[in-house]
Design a protein around this ligand. Structure first.
Ligand code: NOJ
Length: 537
């Protein structure tokens, strides 16, 4: 069978070095602790680079490492130009960038442009008086006639998005915690500050940025009320009671993204911009790639991650994403991150077979895949008791446990300290089940981590799987099947074995390793909770 390419082969294009590749997210506090204080750090990340190189990762995205009082664990920045002392120093970061480069791994940092920490000196100046030159760096507004908040916006983290500041008699906007005041992106001075921040880190050798709440940075200039949610709106919209029409997804945000893109593309090779475009509806995602691909290079597909793990729903998400893409750029596939339940729990409900199917899907779709630390070993969410919760969202919304269950330390070894911290040290968040760990899986040919590594190796060494066109293969109910160039991927998410017609070739990798080398002479029977990749014969 010949390999069919409908999209340009960007695989070897240094200008799009992320295309077809696998990126990895580390949550630095939880990845590796080098100094025995129970909190992960940059020297720890460096000590584990060989694991990432062994997996075949092309870039490492670090959740925020800049100075923060940690009201939201780094997503409240008090200094954009320095490393938080609990994580290390600028010299540690330099060393990490160099050591990663030696392994052909780029370091991608996290940029938080929507808001700062309440402790950032910019906010200190802004709140000091109504006529401070930095007053309009943040969003301030007079009270409503009844003295209440200026409009009806609610915070993503619950409650009103406004807090009254007694001394100056105005409210400031915060779409997240009240410790996270929103910057005013209508201000040219704010834009210039972030141009500087981008260049500062790019010049320091950082390969790109993941951009926090990229879709939200600019708000309606007139601060109009959001419309009430209706029965047909998403779960989150109905929970909030409103559609975020005026405090998110504003058309003017694209101008800001194009400005960042020009800066990123002025480097050779270009620096990567990866948007955290946490939209509720899939169609809202595509504009962030820009017309003709002139905005963010990559945008997280969160509606896909939130899809039920059912063949029909996944196929719908994938085909709609693919249909919107070619002219714009490359899709981004993600199953877990530091905010959402891990895919072996959320999609697979702890069933290892289904988790392996999810992994195969993530690593065989066209585009860029981002794995979250622990995905490679099939780590599941960890129950964190109420009195140990540290995430402000979990504390506020208990019994919904928030995000601590997905932020517990990386499970390196089944020993005291988990290979994450020193023997006898209590980590900042409890460990999950250490029986699931890197060391025990590494030399086991049937393990989750071996499957991860083999799928990545196959993807990055096979042009059809790296960049070959995606198209759906008609398949029986419950089966997700697609072509990548001349390869075929068949994943049976149903409860019974299914004979899938229209296949041809030889199994090169299976979620059950025993299937490898099986022939598919016209059709193949695929077990319940089983996936295979078939190479053309
Ligand atoms: C999205 C980040 O991923 C999340 O962890 C954070 O709490 C919010 N943005 C606010 O910065």
């Amino acid at each position: 069978m010949s390999s069919l390419r409908l999209v340009p082969d960007a695989f070897d294009d240094p200008k799009q070095w992320w295309v077809g590749q696998v990126l990895y997210q580390a949550y630095p506090r939880s990845f590796m602790d080098s100094n025995g204080d129970g909190v992960g750090d940059l020297r720890g990340v460096m000590a584990r680079l060989d694991h990432l190189a062994w997996l075949g990762i092309r870039a490492l995205w670090l959740s925020p490492i800049t100075v923060s009082p940690n009201a939201d664990f780094g997503y409240d920045v008090a200094d954009y130009y320095d490393v938080d002392p609990s994580l290390g120093t600028l010299a540690d970061l330099d060393a990490l960038v160099a050591a990663a480069r030696d392994r052909d791994i780029g370091i991608v940092m996290d940029l938080v442009p929507n808001h700062t920490s309440i402790e950032h000196p910019w906010f200190g100046a802004s709140r000091s008086s109504r006529d401070n030159p930095k007053r309009d760096w943040y969003v301030w507004a007079d009270p409503a006639p009844d003295g209440g908040p200026p409009n009806n916006w609610v915070s993503v983290f619950g409650g009103p998005a406004w807090t009254f500041d007694e001394p100056t008699g105005q409210y400031y906007l915060h779409n997240f915690l009240d410790d996270q005041p929103d910057l005013n992106w209508w201000s040219e001075e704010v834009r210039l500050q972030f141009d500087r921040i981008l260049r500062y880190w790019f010049d320091a050798g950082v390969s790109g940025f993941r951009i926090d709440v990229a879709h939200m940075v600019i708000k309606d200039r007139e601060l109009r009320d959001n419309p009430a949610a209706t029965d047909t709106d998403s779960f989150m919209e109905r929970m909030r009671g409103q559609r975020q029409e005026f405090n998110s997804l504003r058309p003017e945000v694209h101008e800001v993204h194009r400005r960042w893109r020009e800066i990123a593309d002025s480097y050779d090779p270009p620096k990567l911009l990866l948007g955290e475009t946490f939209v509720e509806h899939l169609d809202d995602l595509f504009p962030f790639f820009g017309d003709g691909g002139d905005e963010l290079h990559l945008d997280f597909n969160i509606p896909f991650a939130h899809s039920p793990f059912e063949a029909a729903s996944l196929a719908d998400m994938i085909s709609r994403t693919e249909a919107a893409m070619p002219a714009r750029g490359t899709p981004v596939w993600v199953g877990s991150n530091h905010d959402i339940s891990r895919f072996p729990t959320r999609w697979a409900d702890g069933d290892p077979d289904r988790a392996r199917c999810a992994l195969m899907m993530l690593l065989t779709l066209r585009g860029t895949t981002v794995l979250y630390e622990g995905d490679e070993i099939g780590m599941v969410d960890t129950d964190v008791p109420r009195d140990e919760l540290v995430d402000p969202v979990g504390i506020r919304f208990y019994p919904y446990a928030g995000r601590d269950p997905v932020r517990t330390p990386m499970q390196w070894e089944n020993v005291d300290g988990g290979g994450f911290t020193s023997d006898g040290v209590t980590p900042w968040l409890r460990f999950g089940d250490l029986a699931c760990n890197v060391a025990d899986q590494r030399d086991d040919p049937d393990s989750f981590v071996t499957l991860t590594r083999d799928l990545i190796a196959l993807r990055t060494s096979t042009p059809d799987l790296a960049t070959g066109a995606w198209s759906a293969i008609p398949a029986p109910d419950g089966v997700l099947a697609y072509r990548r160039g001349g390869y075929q991927v068949v994943i049976n998410l149903g409860d019974t074995p299914v004979n899938v017609p229209g296949l041809d070739g030889r199994v090169v990798i299976g979620t059950r390793r025993a299937r490898e080398r099986d022939l598919a002479p016209g059709s193949l029977t695929v077990g319940a909770g089983e996936g295979v990749v078939i190479a053309p014969s």
